[in-house]
Design a protein around this ligand. Structure first.
Ligand code: NAP
Length: 331
């Protein structure tokens, strides 16, 4: 184990719908790794910490530069599973020189974090992980794209149950998008576009043949995939299944391009997971934290600004997702 991991990973929001799952996944992957759950309501987090073992709960005050923690506190990483409007959590990670994971920033949100990183580029590895399902979908897409020598278009579709909204923090973020910044970012014919009206919706066929009308959503996947491939058209659209039918969710990844043998075609992969969508998101966080600390896939990650595809091996992540229970079918 790297010396970097002697101190606990601070998971701010560690008792929430995503956070509790991320902490449990990390515990499964790394039985010895100490964890600290940073929250406001200590009672619930303390019960989870006891269940996890080698974990504790601390009270966090995001309004303070020291997060309300004692000066002697030391952590191996700071993972923030809620929207921190102050960015004190990122400044804290930079001051301590440890990895920072941001998880709740949409594509239009990341400016302040990028600026903080530019200001102190050698302090911390900073992972922007506001991607769909904790980066797992972008990584799966890059894995499936390997059968093409040239990728032309990527269409990602997802169906959620209406009841699968996550906790209050996630609901707050959804409201923020709906009320203030309704335009999602797409890549269309090689140009980035903040889509409006009809451009922001797309029809697709679900795993069971149901026809859905999806709406584009401003997550970071489009920019990651645009940077990592030559595709000229990239988008991500969600549809909502009327409430309570099932908690499972499905993701459909369709890639068009030219194969190694020179033929062109379109390939469809379907990914189905029986847990709430926060389960897959939490697994993405856990795999990223393992990687950042150097506990899997290579040495501890050097200071820099990262997206998940810059850190994690797509084939490794797909294999892990399947082990965790996601079903993947090439249709
Ligand atoms: N990138 C992705 O794939 C992805 C996927 C799903 C969700 N998300 C995002 O993840 C976040 C968490 O969602 P969730 O469903 O887990 O929400 P949640 O169940 O409401 O969890 C929020 C957590 O943060 C803590 N918290 C809230 N405000 C806090 C504050 N001011 N200071 C310290 N701790 C605070 C809560 O504990 P206390 O109440 O005790 O403070 C709880 O542990 C949301 O921002 C959501 O948008 C991202």
């Amino acid at each position: 184990m790297s010396s970097n991991t002697q101190h606990p990973v601070l998971i701010i929001g560690g008792s929430g719908v995503v956070g509790s799952r991320a902490a449990k996944t990390l515990r499964k992957l790394q039985p010895q790794l100490p964890l600290t759950l940073g929250v406001r309501n200590l009672g619930k987090a303390q019960a989870l910490a006891r269940e996890l073992g080698n974990a504790e709960a601390v009270s966090i005050d995001l309004e303070r530069k020291d997060l309300g923690l004692p000066e002697s506190a030391s952590f191996s990483a700071v993972v923030v599973l809620l929207k921190d409007d102050t960015l004190n959590s990122m400044k804290y990670a930079q001051a301590k020189g440890v990895p920072y994971v941001s998880f709740s920033d949409f594509v239009f949100d990341i400016g302040p974090e990028v600026a903080l990183h530019i200001q102190q580029p050698t302090r911390s590895p900073v992972l922007l992980l506001g991607h769909f399902l904790g980066g797992t979908v972008t990584l799966a897409t890059l894995h499936f794209a390997r059968e093409f020598r040239r990728v032309d278009a990527i269409e990602i579709s997802a169906v959620f149950d209406e009841a699968d909204v996550g906790g209050p923090a996630a609901q707050g973020d959804t409201d923020r998008v709906m009320q203030t910044v309704p335009s999602p970012l797409l890549l269309e014919d090689g140009k980035f576009l903040w889509a409006q009206g009809d451009d922001a919706s797309r029809d697709f066929t679900g795993v069971d043949g149901t026809k859905w009308q999806g709406r584009a959503y401003p997550l970071l996947d489009v920019v990651s995939l645009a940077a990592a491939t030559e595709a000229k058209d990239i988008r991500l659209d969600f549809a909502v299944r009327p409430g309570g039918q099932s908690i499972s969710h499905e993701v459909i990844i369709e890639i068009t391009g030219e194969r190694e043998d020179g033929t062109t075609g379109r390939v469809r992969h379907e990914l189905v997971d029986a847990d709430v969508h926060s389960g897959m998101s939490a697994r993405g966080v856990a795999l990223a934290v393992e990687r950042l600390l150097g506990l899997a896939g290579g040495p501890p990650v050097a200071p820099g600004l990262y997206h998940p595809e810059g850190l994690l091996n797509p084939a490794y992540v797909v294999a892990r997702l399947q082990e965790f229970g996601a079903r993947i079918r090439r249709a």
